[in-house]
Design a protein around this ligand. Structure first.
Ligand SMILES: [Zn+2]
Ligand SMILES: [Zn+2]
Length: 124
């Protein structure tokens, strides 16, 4: 059976679409010397884009909020699932509008502040 498939590979048409050659391990065109031993489910489907979708239904840092995108909405906006990146408490915290609403993981300065804050709270 695989012989016939491999024979079809020699058709010059597959060269025009080289990318499709390695899409699936079980693809007959991607023969690596093995005879149809690819075995396996072709579940290479695209995994969640960046895992950010999960943020919609679970508590998230303000800068990950999907309701109020950090880049395009006022930082002091927040949804019921937003929490302060610095305080690790639900938004708004005591310093929310003053500064914490601007906190974001990709701003290294806030990483520092957050670590300091955590070290301070671990005082027991
Ligand atoms: Zn939110
Ligand atoms: Zn805070």
């Amino acid at each position: 059976m695989s012989n016939t498939l491999r024979a079809s590979r020699t058709a010059s048409s597959w060269i025009s679409t080289p990318l499709s050659r390695c899409s699936f391990p079980s693809c007959p065109l991607s023969d690596n010397g093995g005879g149809g031993g690819g075995g396996g489910s072709p579940d290479i489907a695209v995994v969640a884009e960046k895992g950010q979708v999960a943020c919609r239904d679970y508590p998230h840092s303000r800068h990950l909020c999907l309701k109020f995108p950090f880049e395009t909405t006022p930082h002091e906006s927040y949804c019921e699932l937003c929490y302060c990146y610095v305080c690790d408490s639900s938004a708004p915290c005591g310093l929310w509008k003053l500064s914490h609403c601007h906190a974001a993981a990709h701003i290294s300065d806030w990483k520092c502040k957050r670590m300091m804050k955590q070290q301070a709270t671990v005082k027991k």
